[in-house]
Design a protein around this ligand. Structure first.
Ligand SMILES: Nc1nc2c(c(=O)[nH]1)N[C@H]1C(S)=C(S)[C@@H](COP(=O)(O)O)O[C@H]1N2
Ligand SMILES: [Mo]
Length: 418
């Protein structure tokens, strides 16, 4: 206890800004928190039916998703494919569903599915083909687990300014659903089966081939996300969660599971299949990855003093074991602390006490997962692929390279690749 207290005193002493904050705490709101006289007073809940029925966040909270830079959005058909989560404002490990990133295959609208009409069919190499309504699925034993999703398009470029742009195609939810293994055991998988093809119900029929072993291990047919039904953008009424596999395998609007004897080509394989086995291997399970969300691009430190560096780490191979922080562009590393549980295949929140001396520096995070795999640096990736480590480095598979933010002496924070 005494060490905790002395630790706390040290943060306050180390920072002029925080001393002011501590003295004022609980006394008066800061100027920024006061309502300007020109703003209308908020409506009282009792006068507003909508606010009683379904809550809204404070009108002072402005954090929003944005489309990716690299694709024209909306496109010539009026569609937006990839929408980025505002990681710079994230706290804890759960992404609010309304701020979860969205990735949609080319040509598909978010379908408007009536759950009473929706069916999930299990067929192919099974003894008893089965068709479930959503209500029937909900009567079965279920589990709730926390898992991240990440799109393989989530790669930092030098042109990106914020962590939303460099890393915003990952999010983490609490998912609730029936283990797919339970449904397959009911159907009776025949010998010789080795894969399943999972298919979505929307116009382009997003589909994926998955190894039977993975499916029997931990895949979930989910109807719940963060305490409510999965939202339409994330697959309402049923969505397959394939923990740790890159986003594209997590089929939304799930309507069909066909048990088969080999990998079948699907819409998803377009642009994702690779002749080089080393690239192909990278295209399935997300490697250990992490990013600092504060301080991050376009944020500004008011001056030297104490800051809590914080960020997210995750791995497709299991739980995060350690996160290290470098304050000198990757030359030396010091362990960070966990600020959340480290669930398998879930975002894990880390924190690190930092007293900034006001000098320019590059801050980085590095994740090691429970298999002992360490998040690679760009230099290591370049060496592995026999490429020069420069701005043109083409990282194959999902980019899980160590990433840094450059903190300039004026406190402004910039993309370390720029
Ligand atoms: N049916 C269907 N499933 C889909 C997609 C889709 O367009 N249709 N997009 C995939 C891709 S590319 C990703 S990265 C994830 C994104 O999930 P999210 O939109 O819920 O974040 O869903 C995958 N599942
Ligand atoms: Mo994706």
């Amino acid at each position: 206890m005494s060490s905790k207290l002395s630790g706390r005193r040290r943060f306050l002493r180390d920072s002029a800004a925080l001393v002011g904050l501590a003295a004022g705490a609980g006394v008066a709101p800061s100027a920024g928190a006061q309502m300007s006289p020109s703003e209308a007073p908020p409506k009282d809940c009792k006068d507003n039916k909508d606010l009683i029925a379904y809550g809204e966040r404070s009108r002072y909270v402005k954090s929003v998703r944005i489309p990716v830079m690299e694709r024209m959005s909306p496109d010539e058909f009026g569609m937006t494919f990839h929408v980025l989560s505002p990681l710079q404002d994230s706290v804890g490990i759960i992404t609010a569903s309304s701020l979860h990133y969205v990735a949609t295959h080319r040509g598909s609208y978010v379908p408007d599915i009536n759950p009473e009409e929706h069916r999930l069919m299990i067929h192919g190499m099974v003894d008893r083909p089965l068709i479930f309504t959503v209500e029937e699925l909900k009567r079965l034993p279920y589990v709730t687990r926390t898992h991240f999703l990440e799109c393989s398009g989530n790669r930092a470029r030098a042109t990106h300014k914020t962590v939303q742009q460099t890393h915003g195609m990952t999010s983490c939810s609490e998912w609730t659903g029936v283990p797919l293994s339970l449904l397959l055991k009911e159907a009776g998988v025949q010998s010789g089966a080795s894969y399943v093809v999972a298919e979505g119900a929307e116009t382009v029929k997003g589909a994926t081939s998955l190894p039977l072993a993975k499916v029997m291990d931990d895949c979930l047919v989910c109807y719940g996300q963060n305490g409510e039904p999965v939202r339409p953008q994330h697959g309402f009424p049923l969505r397959l969660i394939v923990p740790g596999y890159e986003g594209i395998h997590n089929v939304k609007y799930l309507r069909r599971i066909k048990v088969v004897d080999q990998h079948y080509m699907t819409y998803n394989d377009y642009g994702h299949l690779a002749a080089d086995a080393r690239v192909a291997a990278l295209n399935r399970q997300v490697g250990p990855k992490s990013v600092i969300t504060f301080p991050s691009g376009e944020q500004k430190l008011p001056g030297p003093g104490f800051y809590e560096i914080t960020g997210l780490a995750w791995s497709g191979s299991g739980a995060v074991r350690t996160v290290d922080i470098s304050l000198d562009g990757g030359q030396t590393w010091t362990p960070a602390e966990f600020r959340s549980p480290a669930y398998p295949m879930a975002h894990t929140r880390f924190g690190f006490h930092w007293t900034w001396d006001g000098k320019e520096c590059v801050i980085m995070s590095r994740c090691t997962d429970e298999l002992g795999t360490v998040q690679p640096t760009r230099a290591e990736i370049a060496k592995y692929w026999n490429q020069p480590n420069d701005k043109d480095l083409q990282i194959k598979g999902l980019d899980n390279s160590v990433f840094g933010w450059r903190v300039a002496s004026d406190g402004s924070v910039h993309n370390g690749l720029a």
